[in-house]
Design a protein around this ligand. Structure first.
Ligand code: PLP
Length: 477
């Protein structure tokens, strides 16, 4: 909020502030129900006396634009848009509330807002710290990349052929048989979930997943009217799936390697059993594998896709967790007909992913720079994981448990009591600490925090975890 009243204007300060507030409401910047900043805060922001703000508020209340709620604050009133020039304005609030896509959880909206604050310590962020991103190397690569006109035009529906060829080689080396017709380049793995929900499923389809799950922190399938069902991978898995599935369309979303948020990894036997079960029941699988290359121990695990002899698995990869999330490049591997269908929806959505980003990823993969960068990155993440674990061992052993991370970004920290609620989240925000509480990955979970050692600096991890300890141990006295 950069606006301040103009003291040289012929209009009084009072009138200018009234007009400014009206225009914010009129433009929809402050929607019906928005809580206004306190009078003291507004006076500070606008550099005026508190009494001026008080007079402004009284006038706006009298006009029916805002209303006070005792003990709670001042809000834009329900009637405000009628009072303003609403005859010529659409009711955006109604549009927002009635629209198809669900809003993010309030907690996630707060995380997205607070992540932008300068002095916040981000203990949960699912992103590499800026100093782990190879920005200089990407900059240098731009000098090497040759762009002919075609390379920077709209690309083919399935994405740049060059990148798909390179990816095909890269994936084949990892045991995933994918020729270029089996690959679709997407604007981040997240886009695939959107494309699948729009292009492969009918309303009321069932999405099986494990709990906790990354899928619960986004609303892609929920917004498309799908039923999300969490199941355990135990001896009863087959009968559970069979009973629930009945005649409905269904799909299993999973992450057998470095699952987000738990960091869990399935054994080879678990992978085979799971695959066999889904194959028998004809349940397609989305294998989300975006963290796999960050396993600390170099030997990669066999993917479900690599044992897929029936075209059951849609395999997701991305450079977001390894090279740069800002490039927005991911890929999905699957049967040709499915890839064509998803590509068709993608063309109707964004006409293809960024051509420049595809060139950069092609360059990194084909020059070997990607693999060199990965091995360096794994070392750095491992160092951060060990550092974080040392702090946990010294300070949290009495109140929480965790497993040694095998790679990726996260420690799934479990408190011995169910204390991880919205209040704890807000208390920590007040102290400039941002966490990802477990309940955004499983709405019934108040025990866990997804702790990320990938984003905050060593110093911030130390300070942040000390404050986390202070705020959580209060519940254990
Ligand atoms: C498991 C998982 N899948 C997909 C994504 C989205 O990745 P992208 O940036 O490639 O869209 C994320 C990002 O947090 C993730 O954790």
């Amino acid at each position: 909020m950069h606006w301040k009243p103009d003291r040289s204007s012929h209009l009084t300060i009072h009138t200018q502030i009234i007009e400014w507030i009206k225009s914010r409401i009129d433009r929809g910047d402050w929607l019906i129900g928005t809580k206004l900043p306190t009078q003291r805060h507004l006076a500070e922001l606008l550099g005026v006396n508190r009494s001026t703000i008080n007079n402004v508020m009284e006038e706006l209340k009298a006009a029916g634009l805002i209303e006070s709620k005792i003990g709670s604050g001042t809000y834009v009133s329900n009637n405000s848009w009628n009072v303003l020039l609403s005859k010529s304005q659409p009711n955006w609030q109604q549009h927002i509330e009635m629209s198809i896509h669900k809003a993010n959880y309030h907690t996630i909206q707060l995380i997205n807002d607070y992540e932008q604050k300068e002095d916040i310590i981000r203990l949960g962020t699912g992103e590499l710290s800026p100093d782990l991103l190879p920005s200089k190397k990407i900059e240098e690569s731009l000098k090497e990349i040759q762009l002919d006109g075609r390379a920077i035009g709209y690309s083919e529906p399935q994405g740049s052929k060059k990148l798909r060829r390179i990816l095909s080689d890269y994936l084949n080396k990892r045991g995933i048989q994918a020729n270029i017709d089996n690959i679709l380049i997407v604007s981040g793995a997240l886009q695939t979930l959107q494309l699948v929900s729009l292009g492969l499923l009918e309303e009321n389809s069932i999405i099986f997943q494990e709990a906790p799950s990354y899928l619960n922190s986004i609303h892609t399938f929920q917004s498309a009217g799908m039923n999300m069902i969490a199941v355990h991978r135990n001896a009863e898995l087959k009968s559970t799936l069979r009973n629930i599935k009945k005649k409905k369309q269904s799909l299993f979303y999973c992450s057998p390697t470095l699952q987000n948020p738990s960091g869990g990894n399935w054994s080879m036997e678990e992978r085979q059993n799971f695959y066999d079960t889904c194959k028998e029941l004809k349940i397609p699988i989305i294998e989300d594998d975006v963290y796999h290359e960050l396993l600390f121990e170099q030997s990669l695990r066999p993917t479900l896709k690599s044992i897929d002899d029936s075209g059951l698995v849609l395999y997701l990869g991305s450079v977001s967790k390894t090279l740069s999330p800002g490039l927005r490049i991911g890929w999905v591997v699957g049967p040709e007909a499915v890839i064509k269908r998803l590509a068709d929806i993608k063309m109707q959505t964004d006409y293809g992913s960024s051509a420049i980003s595809q060139e950069i990823v092609s360059y990194f993969l084909s020059s070997g720079m990607y693999e060199t960068h990965l091995s360096d990155l794994r070392e750095k993440l491992k160092e951060r994981a060990e550092f974080t674990e040392r702090i946990l061992a010294e300070n949290f052993s009495d109140i929480a448990t965790w497993k040694k991370p095998k790679g990726g970004f996260y420690i799934w920290l479990r408190f011995n009591k169910a204390i991880v609620n919205k209040q704890l989240f807000l208390n920590l925000i007040k102290r400039n600490i941002l966490i990802n509480p477990g309940y955004i990955y499983d709405s019934t979970d108040y025990h866990h925090i997804r702790l990320s050692y990938a984003y905050a600096s060593f110093e911030e991890l130390e300070t942040g975890l000390a404050i986390l300890k202070e705020e959580t141990e209060k519940y254990f006295c």
